[in-house]
Ligand binder design. Structure first.
Ligand SMILES: [Zn+2]
Length: 424
């Protein structure tokens, strides 16, 4: 069956090269008025003015499901390149203590922080983890997201990390949509390795990575490796050791870099050819200059800053230097439960002074690039996977403007239309 969206007030094609956009490119959305999108066989066949797309339809399309999008916006499905979607429970005690002024160290001392999520994930069954992740994945789709990354990193030992990756794969199979899996064994030092950092890094490199990369376990293994380069995580030297091992196994690299402290993670990520360096809160001008010359995408997660009540990353410095910037939710049970990329776009505009067009580019093609998928999704080009999001708005600026509203009417995932109940 073919799927045809017609008469969109604005069709955002994001026309342009299949790579991360930067500088002035980020403000060009390829807007088509009275736009249409034709999908068949899971792929985009045509995107353009309704008159052109509907003319002389190719034979053999079969039944065509037509969705009238008058007064609405049709855009590429949103690409969320950084989430910790597999977890057992929200950390509500941390939330309350943090609001009362507790520091990160005080939360950890009270039994909270990442180690609480680790204990909960270790105790949880795989079925329970998969069900929770699938529910959140469906919720993300209802907000316009069609491609999403999921990290491990609350297991911190081989079988618990395997359980998380398997749960991510099962959630994707249940909910549909494109899910990229990332191994984050170097998230924080597990309690049983207290005082033995070297031993844990060795465990990650010699036992976990060889067992959990996609080449070793195609059904659930990780395509990407990540590490938390932070005083609460691992030093730049430790991250380098982990990521070099991962690269040697054929994995692509990501890095939590410069979130709370400048440990040199951005430079390390660029040097190792990482697809993205994420957070970048403590980025310096020289980091921005290096990013401007690199393919590595700077992925910002202002939802975490908002939720923690902390200053936002220096998006303008990065953008104005020419870095390719993506936006991601960083959805996780401790520092950011936000799953809505439209809300993240609002925060990016109001909190970091990104333009609405830059926020759209950052949440679509640049998010896809941050997952090595710029040739697969993130723009409405013929031949790409037929992932699109329809919003009840006639102007793309309305999506960040209506902060906290869900205007998503539904998404197409590989050419299958999934309307949001109550919006259709
Ligand atoms: Zn993260």
């Amino acid at each position: 069956m073919a799927l045809l969206f017609t008469h969109a007030a604005q069709l955002l094609t994001l026309a342009g090269p299949d790579r991360a956009r930067r500088g002035a490119e980020m403000r060009e959305l390829g807007v088509v008025r009275d736009g249409a999108l034709l999908c068949a066989g899971g792929r985009i066949l045509r995107a353009g003015p309704t008159d052109d797309v509907g003319r002389a339809l190719p034979p053999g399309l079969g039944t065509i499901q037509e969705i009238d999008c008058r007064g609405q916006l049709v855009a590429p499905g949103l690409c969320d390149s950084h989430t910790h979607l597999v977890f057992a429970a929200p950390r509500l005690d941390d939330y309350e203590r943090r609001l009362a002024g507790a520091s990160y160290q005080e939360l950890a001392a009270a039994g909270g922080g990442i180690r609480q999520s680790v204990a909960q994930v270790r105790a949880a069954g795989e079925d329970e983890l998969a069900r929770g992740a699938a529910a959140r994945l469906r919720a993300a789709q209802g907000l316009g997201t069609t491609t999403l990354e999921i990290k491990s990193g609350y297991g911190l030992e081989l079988e618990a990390e395997r359980k998380m990756l398997r749960a991510a794969a099962r959630a994707a199979a249940a909910a549909g949509g494109e899910v990229a899996r990332t191994f984050l064994g170097a998230h924080t030092l597990p309690a049983e390795f207290a005082g033995d950092r070297t031993g844990y890094v060795r465990e990650v490199r010699e036992r976990m990575l060889p067992a959990l990369h996609a080449g070793a376990a195609p059904e659930y293994g990780a395509e990407f490796a990540d590490a938390f380069c932070d005083p609460a995580g691992f030093s730049a030297a430790e991250c380098r050791a982990v990521l070099e091992t991962a690269r040697g196994l054929g994995m692509k690299l990501k890095l939590h870099a410069e979130q709370f402290a400048a440990l040199g993670g951005i430079g390390l990520g660029i040097e190792l050819g990482a697809v993205s360096v994420d957070h970048c809160d403590a980025a310096r001008p020289e980091d921005a200059a290096r990013l401007a010359r690199a393919e590595t995408v700077a992925t910002l997660a202002p939802g975490a800053n908002f939720f923690l009540g902390q200053p936002y990353p220096p998006a303008r410095m990065l953008l104005d230097a020419g870095a390719a910037v993506a936006l991601a939710s960083d959805c996780n049970p401790g520092t950011c439960p936000i799953l809505s990329l439209p809300l993240v776009m609002s925060l990016a505009c109001s909190g970091m002074r990104m333009s609405a067009a830059e926020a759209w580019t950052a949440a679509t093609i640049n998010g896809a690039a941050a997952l090595g998928r710029a040739a697969v999704c993130g723009s409405l080009r013929s031949g790409k996977r037929a992932d699109a999001a329809v919003f009840a708005a006639d102007d793309y600026r309305a999506i960040p403007y209506f902060a906290g509203h869900n205007l998503c009417r539904g998404v197409a995932i590989a050419g299958e239309w999934r309307p949001n109940h109550g919006m259709d």
